[in-house]
Write a protein that binds this ligand. Structure first.
Ligand code: GDP
Ligand code: IMO
Ligand code: MG
Length: 420
């Protein structure tokens, strides 16, 4: 069987930490989409590690990790990450596997990402500039190079042909970027990649399932950044939702059991695009400070606001969430008052529906106020020790969404989680 763990907001919900917590209960952790735009933070032996492409189960000896075909892989970032995890004593030759069908991010994909953003001016997406969009465009445009192509003698010829095509596009954008140093690193990293365990990911994972092994599919980004269901065009270029698991790993839908959805106790977004509950005031600033809300990949300050139950319920519906996990509850410890968004007021009408194109409307969030708990909760181990006011906040969310929160994360550490 396969369980899925994914983000229900605009990314950075704390997926890495939660996967690291659950990893001992699984035999395989698999990434099914996204690429180095992701930054998943874990604490290992008290040290902070940010993973971009390697699944967050990598620090557990008995867990194998698969980078699935749905991922777009940057070999340079991968090599650096492998060095980082090796410094913790992890042997990636033993516990990391990569699908042959995984598409490769080229240096020119990164240049194209930049060119595209520059051309959009004020309407830019706020991309992480890791080449994600252009790499997925080459996948759906049937031009991309895949990890399995590395063994072909003609790989370099194919690379040069694709680079030429990219160069013509860059010329069209009237954009210049010296990629020579990126290219040098890229070819070095390809040599490294060739030494890793490259497998037929779909057989690898289905053989594991057939052998009764437990698989956890680890999402990147968040549901509101999904290419189909997110706040288009301010989204990423993959299906970040449960549906991406089947196509991104080669797993049949009936193999999927639980869908664990992670939401912050409040909400953040990095990059441009609609964010109805955003707080451009001292409270937003306070959330950013207390939650250390700065991008794990780009270091950009994250936009902060109250939890948006309209978007959360929508994300639970699209994903078929069976278990809700609330992260960063401790960040709210010192707030005397909390708000939750229960509806959107659009042109004077209140709705609980996420509009087709959020950017078209002036959305005013309908907010309900709750008393804060005003006490530290980061050391709480048992649900019975949680403040009543927190239980009330949680009970309201449970009722609105129709799914019960099963775990509350109350700190960045592996052990800081309360089972409800
Ligand atoms: P991801 O992309 O979903 O894995 O999340 P990120 O790692 O980008 O961002 C989450 C940030 O919050 C990281 O700095 C984590 O260390 C931190 N974090 C995760 N869970 C908690 C929590 O429950 N409380 C607090 N205070 N920090 C948390
Ligand atoms: P994790 O896995 C938060 C955002 C970018 C931008 C948009 C498109 O750590 O939650 P892209 O680089 O994909 O072209 O950027 O998506 N974005 C993320 N925001 N967390 C992420 O990943 C993100 N990955 C992409 O900021 O707005
Ligand atoms: Mg992140």
């Amino acid at each position: 069987m396969v369980d899925v763990l994914l983000g229900l907001q605009w990314g950075d919900e704390g997926k890495g930490k939660i996967v690291d917590f659950f990893a001992p209960y699984y035999d395989v952790i698999a990434r099914f989409q996204g690429g180095p735009n992701a930054g998943h933070t874990l604490y290992v032996d008290g040290k902070k590690v940010v993973l971009h492409q390697i699944p967050s189960g990598v620090f557990h000896e008995n867990t194998v990790n698969l980078i699935g075909n749905g991922v777009v892989l940057d070999p340079v970032t991968l090599q650096k990450e492998c060095d980082t995890v090796a410094s913790f004593g992890v042997d990636v030759k033993k516990n990391l596997y990569i699908s042959r069908r995984t598409h490769i991010i080229l240096p020119t994909h990164r240049a194209l990402d930049k060119a595209s953003e520059v051309s959009k001016g004020n309407d830019k997406i706020g991309s992480t500039l890791k080449g994600i969009g252009p790499a997925y465009m080459d996948k759906t445009g049937r031009n991309g190079l895949r990890v399995g192509d590395l063994i072909n003698k003609s790989f370099t010829t194919s690379y040069i042909r694709l680079r030429l095509k990219h160069q013509r596009l860059l010329d069209n954008y009237n954009f210049q970027e010296d990629i020579s140093s990126w290219e040098e690193e890229f070819f070095e990293a390809l040599e490294f990649l060739r030494q890793l365990n490259i497998v037929d990911g779909e057989y690898f994972i289905n053989d594991k399932i057939a052998a009764g092994k437990k698989v956890l599919a680890e999402g990147a980004q968040g549901s509101m950044l999904d290419i189909d269901f997110g706040t288009f065009p301010f989204v990423t270029s993959s299906n970040t939702t449960t549906s991406g698991v089947c196509s991104g790993l080669g797993i049949a839908p009936q193999k999927i059991r639980d869908v664990l959805g992670v939401t912050k106790a409040y909400c953040t977004r990095v990059g441009s695009g609609p964010f109805p509950t955003e707080l451009n005031d001292a409270t937003g600033e306070e959330l950013r400070k207390l939650g250390s809300e700065f991008g794990a990949t780009t270091g950009r300050p994250r936009r902060c606001g109250w939890i948006d139950l309209v978007a959360l319920k929508f994300a639970c519906m699209i994903n078929g969430v069976t278990k809700l996990i609330m992260s960063k509850a401790d960040v709210l410890d010192s707030f005397s008052e909390l708000k939750v968004c229960t509806g959107y007021k659009i042109d004077g009408e209140i709705t609980q529906v996420v509009p087709f194109q959020m950017t078209r409307h002036q959305i005013e969030p309908v907010l309900q106020t709750f008393a804060g708990w005003n006490q530290p909760t980061d050391a709480v181990k048992l649900s019975t020790a949680l403040p009543t006011t927190m239980n009330e906040y949680v009970a309201f969310i449970n009722k609105y969404i129709g799914i019960d929160i099963s775990h509350i994360s109350n700190g960045p550490g592996r052990e800081q989680i309360v089972i409800l």
